[in-house]
Design a binder for this molecule. Structure first.
Ligand code: PNW
Length: 455
């Protein structure tokens, strides 16, 4: 047994998102979001579950902040529901929505917990989706107005901001699933650029605001990618998948460019438009203060035949299934802690040592054994220990990693999987809304207290 120690000042947190926990989907003047609409259609979500009530956090936030306090949590990453603030995305403000986040933020600060706020974790106002969503560039102004309102109203107390959570998921995977009707890869890849412009312009608005003395960045879901075998086709697949899912998102945010090899591929198959010089300048002029990384697994890249056309792209940009025989979570995702280590080292080396927060890491587990009101989530506990040990190794080797957020503070609405998958370190009994500790949260409480754990 050895002690895994973290540097002084390392930030220990946990994360959630608005649609996944708040409930109160149509209360107090909140507008409809794309997720309200998707969940209210039959057949998209496991069991046709919805976030209508979720963890009822909207009404129980005080109790939840007390749990955070008991857990010694130093920082809480949550997202703001855009349609709670602007019910139709633009224009008229909903004061009750503003009041909710005011109360939550004040409650956190009164309990010495730092708010770490994500502006956009997928619950787009439905009216904006009906106007083309992220595939229509008009959305940039709407997002920047929303962001500016947030900075002006909450920036005196909120000093850590994340513009977007995982553009690969909301701008690429969900449209490819057919959530919004048509699927057009060219338009989808252009949407990722629109997201980048919105991100950069929000940073510009932040720097211009009166409360610009904090940090602002974005959160990407990125993985270490390994060729499945040492065949040249698998190596080619690894380069392309890395380009499409990692570099396509990292490069514009951290370098103000797009990867040339992927642009060439897109141009070949889609007659992809080249980007305007002025857009690239906006990216270059507005660097992020940090990079948020969400990481759960790694990717094994495989191609049996050379790329023939666009269909191969669809396959390579979306996650595959884990190999038979490897250790997987209840989600079926491969558990490979060294993947996090490799990823951190790689980002550090290739992107000039950015300040990094791990904004999500955690495990979907079965959680079917409960003893004396404590969930016996030994598998999750083992996962968290191993991933944190890997992160610690990267820190010791000089990676500029300053904080870690477990996904998730509590079990919640796990998107297309509904309530069938549990990620929380606190259990939610959905029938009664009772909150319950797990072995992992009891352990995490001590990790935070000691800034270290035994491995
Ligand atoms: C993240 N994948 O999404 C989200 O930010 C959370 O809202 C979500 O609850 C959490 O991970 C767990 O799923 C992801 O397939 C969804 O690799 C899917 C993947 C990665 C992240």
């Amino acid at each position: 047994m050895r002690e895994i120690k973290f540097p002084d000042g390392f930030i220990w947190g946990s994360a959630t998102s608005s649609y996944q926990i708040e409930g109160a989907w149509n209360e107090d003047g909140k507008g409809e979001s794309v997720w309200d609409a998707i969940c209210h259609k039959k057949g998209f979500i496991h069991n046709d579950d919805t976030g209508d009530i979720a963890c009822d956090h909207y009404h129980r936030y005080k109790q939840d902040v007390q749990l955070m306090k008991e857990m010694n949590l130093q920082s809480y990453r949550f997202s703001v529901s855009w349609p709670r603030i602007f019910p139709i995305g633009v224009g008229k403000i909903n004061p009750k929505g503003v009041e909710f986040y005011d109360n939550l933020i004040n409650e956190l600060i009164a309990n010495d917990i730092e708010p770490f706020v994500t502006l956009y974790h997928w619950d787009l106002p439905l009216t904006l989706q009906n106007n083309g969503g992220w595939e229509n560039r008009e959305i940039v102004d709407a997002f920047v107005d929303y962001a500016r309102f947030m900075f002006d109203n909450f920036g005196d107390r909120v000093k850590k901001w994340i513009t977007f959570n995982e553009p690969l998921v909301f701008a690429v995977w969900y449209p490819l699933r057919g959530f919004y009707g048509k699927k057009d890869l060219k338009s989808i890849m252009s949407a990722t650029h629109i997201v980048n412009i919105a991100h950069a312009k929000a940073i510009e608005a932040y720097r211009d605001s009166e409360n610009s003395d904090g940090q602002i960045g974005t959160t990407l879901n990125i993985n270490a990618i390994y060729p499945k075998t040492d065949s040249s086709l698998d190596n080619e697949a690894a380069t392309i998948i890395d380009g499409l899912t990692n570099r396509w998102f990292l490069d514009p945010v951290l370098k103000g460019t797009y990867p040339r090899d992927i642009l060439n591929l897109l141009e070949r198959y889609f007659n992809f438009p080249s980007f305007l010089d002025e857009d690239i300048q906006i990216l270059i002029d507005n660097p992020s203060d940090f990079l948020g990384i969400n990481n759960y697994t790694c990717t094994r890249a495989n191609l049996d035949e050379p790329i023939k056309g666009p269909e191969d792209f669809y396959r390579m940009i979306t996650p595959g299934k884990a190999e038979e025989g490897v250790e997987v979570s209840y989600m079926g995702w491969e558990i490979y802690p060294d993947g996090l280590y490799d990823l951190l080292k790689r980002v550090d080396k290739e992107y000039d040592s950015p300040l990094i927060y791990i904004t999500e890491n955690g495990m979907g587990a079965k959680d079917d054994i409960i003893v004396d009101k404590v969930v016996q989530d030994d598998d999750r506990l083992s996962y968290l220990k191993r991933y944190l040990e890997a992160a610690n190794r990267a820190i010791k080797e000089g990676v500029n990693l300053k904080g870690y957020f477990v996904w998730s503070l509590m079990d919640n609405f796990e998107w297309v999987w509904g309530y069938s998958k549990r990620f929380g370190i606190i259990r939610i009994e959905y029938e009664t809304q009772e909150r319950m500790w797990k072995k992992s949260s009891l352990w995490y409480r001590d990790v935070i207290k000691n800034n270290s754990f035994n491995f």
